[in-house]
Structures are given as structure tokens and as C-alpha cells.
Design a protein around this ligand. Sequence first.
Ligand code: ADP
Ligand code: ZN
Length: 606
Amino acid sequence: MTSDLQDCIARYWGYTSFLPLQREAMEAILDGRDSVVVLPTGGGKSLCFQAPALVRPGLALIVSPLISLMKDQVDTLVGNGVPAGLYNSSLSGEEKSTVIAGLRQSRYRLLYVSPERLVGEGSDPFLELLSSCEISFVAVDEAHCISQWGHDFRPEYRQLGQLRRMLPGIGVHAYTATATARVRRDIATQLALNDPVEFVGSFDRPNLLYRVLPRATLKRQLLDVLGRHRGEAGIIYCTSRREVDALSTWLTDNGIPARPYHAGLSDGERSRNQDAFLSERIDVIVATVAFGMGIDRSNVRFVVHAGAPRSLEHYQQESGRAGRDGLEAECLLIYSAGDFMKWRVMLEQNGELTDATRSLLRQMERYATAVGCRHRHLAQYFGDRYPGAGCGACDFCLDELEAADAPVVLARKILSCVVRVGQRFGALHVASVLRGDASEQVLARGHGTLSTFGLLPDASVAEVRGYIEQLVGVGLLQMTDDGYPVLGLTPKGLELLKDETSCPGLTLARQRAPRKGVPRAKSRVETESWQDVDPALFDRLRAVRLEIARSRGVPPYVIFHDVTLREMARLRPASKEALLEVRGVGARKAEDLGDRFLEAIRAHGS
Ligand code: ADP
Ligand code: ZN
């Protein structure tokens, strides 16, 4: 059976090997065992049910929550020569008849359906037709939508519990990227799975480079990260719609075409903006966190959070949209202690401030202010063990952070300054006093004569603010809302002022100033994926792909993923046979598109 699967993925997808757990997940389908498959974003979930659909006889039903996602998957399958169709409310009457006729003639091996279409009341001609088809198995994609404990509960998913009764004896398989055990159990119960096999992948994403910056001048920080990703796709998350609109206008005015994406836009405008992003007419989308599931594009090379989300689960989900194709991508979190305070206020107003939400928020804050390997931090939070020493793909391991000398002395300087200003001011004011900034605000309040005035004369504002955030993070300072954010000491902070040995092991770090003209270090994945690749050829192949995509009215990644183009640019195949060696080029695509790409490679010369 494995060899059938192996032949199948080589022929249709041009893949020579399985990603972790793919083979096991596929075999569960072939064995007729129910299963729950949890793989991280980019882990290759769709292949887990697509390949068995071609190996097992009959028609596989794929339940998928998003119409746009469905269409992309079906377009990609058809492009690979796989007979697949979809049925949902977006189809015209004529398109529906075509699908129905196709089902009657057993023309499809996979049929994508929306959940509400699959479970109907009374006698429904579509369902009757389905029950007369030979169904090979049912796959429920994005299965966490069935659980209230997941981050994206969809009531219409609940009805899928009826599947078991509707299709007795047919295997049901659930797929999700949501890790928690509670959601997993809930999925199995809600779908009435029968003793399911569970596959849970590793959640670390080695191709993602994590960085965290305390918020300083946001626009300068954004220009810096955008400068590293010219011509590449990215998502910028903001916490408010107002900020989304302002930022996308500002970016566009500064020569980086960007579009907004949030709940305040009309459906039409939102889908136009999404479409512009997916079809590569623009590269940057600015979004609120509430919306985002639809803006998946496999070659997102950076995800910036201009403000911290409310939990690490959210952060993982949103930042996880980067690098789905397995190539290098950067996830940058720009945060300030004020973000967490705003969340607390907002949760309180909505009656959602519970021990659970408070603790999730606290964990997010810990991540932001931690001085250590980000990959390890995330892995441990999600219950994975993280082997080895440095990850080589985070600000800490790339040595972009620098530990401050004498952290306890430094902390005590800052704490006593907070006390001296009466615990009535925010971080910016405290930083001004410590730096000895003789500004009007400082002098007017008589703070120019404090003993803590000018204690840190050589530190930049961003640096001092960074220390303050970290002190909040480790629980020595706290920030409260007094109409504006106000810093105060916690009992632990007071203790440190009295007893300098009360906080052993305290570390504080600052961003190492980037040296002029010296580019930032690259992650191992980035270095390797560009090895022997001529970037100009890669760009040329992207242009060919874009042209084909435009003429066929599909998004470019439906033609080929970036990984495939990058490998083409590395191997420079000169014949169809050589082209088939490139990962991601199956027989159908080599036939259909091969000449265009071979021609571009030839024309590029060496
Ligand atoms: P998920 O749905 O889990 O986020 P996808 O199904 O979108 O992941 O797959 C992620 C990427 O990995 C896609 O670019 C896909 O083409 C690629 N991929 C999947 N399986 C394989 C494989 N066996 N070999 C190489 N690439 C693969
Ligand atoms: Zn690291």
C-alpha cells in the first residue's frame, strides 16, 4: 500500500518523500480506521487525505469551512490531473448541474463540500445522490471549528455529528493545526469517531525566524522589516481597525502598496483586497487579528504583529501563516506593556476576564519579555520538548540581543525611579528621567532634581523602555490603567529594593545596535534554501508563473509553489525528464507548463 501511495504522490504531485506523519495518516485511511491528525500549519495536511482518495476506490468527501480555500484546493488538484470537484452555495445553477452530472457518472475522486451542504433536513436530492455514490471516506478539514474550545468555533460544524448516521460504516478523519488535547478530545466526541488513531506532529516550525522588539518608533521599525522583504508577501496585524486603515494608507503612500482587511469593510471590499493579495497584485495586507483565515497565501515571507495578541495560541496561529511552503519566513512581534493592559481592560469590559484569560495573557507577556530562545519557549509552551542548543532562527540565538551588565543594579535604578516619581507615570516619562532628559515635562514636575535623574545617561529611550517591559514581564513592575498607563512596583519589586539578593538569576537584555552596512544574520533554513540559487532566475520564474496565473484566472501558488520555483532555479533543468526531478512538478504539470519554464531557464543563460 505504501508503494501505491508513493507512486501516487510522485505522479500527481511530484513529491519523492512524505513529510512527517503523512504516510501514517494516509495508511489509517487505507486501513479504514477513523483518525485525528494534528499537524502544524505547512505540515502538509491536505496531502494526507488527497493521496488516499486516489488509492482507495470510490469518492472521498472533503468537508472544508471556507469557500475560497476549497476553490484553491480544487483548482490545484485539477491542475495536477486529479479529478476533483466542489459543491457549495457559491455555485451557479449551471455549475451545480455539471457537478451533479459528474457525480452520476462517477467522474470525481474527491468532492469538496461545505458542512451545511452535507447535513440537510428531510429529503434532499443532493444528499440522496451522494448516498447512492460509493463513498470511500470522509475527511473533515479544519476540524477544530467543531469545538468551542478551539479558536474558531463554527456552529454549522456541530451538525457534522450526524455524518456517522448518514454514512454508516464509512471512515471519518479529522485534520487540524490546533494542538490542545481538549480540542482533540472534543473533535473525536463531536464527530462520534470510533476509536480513532491519533497523530500529533511536532509544532516547531524551523523555517520561521522569530524576533521580538519593544515598540519604539513603530513606523521606523516597520520600514526596517519591510526593507528586508522587498517584493515579498507579508501580513501586518494591528489591534484596531483605525490603526489598520492608517497603516495601509501610510504604506501605500510610501511606495509599498498595501490593503486593509477587517470586519469594518464591506464584504465586497474585503474580498477585493483579499483577491489582490492572493493574486499577487499587492504584497502587503494589513489586518486586524479577528479576520485572517482567508488571507492564506503559501509564500507569506513575513508576519508582523504591531501589538501583542491576547494569547500565545493566537500568536502561534497568526504568525503561523508565514512560510507555509516551508521556505524561510520572519515572524516579528512588536509589543509594549500597554498592549497587555489594553487587553485586560477590554476583556474586563466584555466580562471575559477570568483566571484562564488572565493567565493566557500573562503567558503572552512572558514570551514577549523573555530573554532566551524563542523556538524553545514556544515548543515548551505547547508541550513539545525542544532538543539541542541554539535554534539558529531567533533573535536570541542569532545574537541580536545582548545581556545587560549588572542586571540587578540596573533593575534597582529603574525601580527606584518609579518610586521617586510617585508611581504615577508611564514608561516614557520614567525613561526620560532616567536618561536625564531635561524636557519641559520632566522639569515642570520637578523631576530634574530627583536622585534618579540621569542615572542611565547613555541608554536610548527604546533601550530603557525595553528594560521596563522586561521588569513588568518578570513581575517586578506592574502597569495599571489610571486613564493612561501608570507604572508601579509589585511586592516582589519592593523586595528587590530592600534586598538586592532577592532576585537571583535576573537577566535583562537590549537589542544589539545593528551595525551600519552589515546585514542581519540569516537563519540556517534561509541560507540553505538559497544555496546555488540565482535570485534573478528565481524572480524570472515567478514572473512566468504570474503571467500563466493571470491568463488562467487562478492565484499563482495554484500553478507552482515558491519552493518548486526555487528548486527549479537551483537545478536548472534542461529537459522535461529533468524537470520531473524537481520537487512539486508532477506528470500533468510538466506536460502542461513545462515548456514555458524550460524556455525561461534556457533564456536566462548561466
Ligand atoms: P497545511 O494544510 O498542513 O498547512 P499544506 O497541505 O498546505 O499544509 O502543505 C504545506 C506545503 O507543503 C505545501 O506547499 C505543499 O505543497 C507541501 N507539501 C505537502 N506534502 C509534501 C511532500 N510530501 N513533499 C513535499 N512538499 C509537500
Ligand atoms: Zn533560538
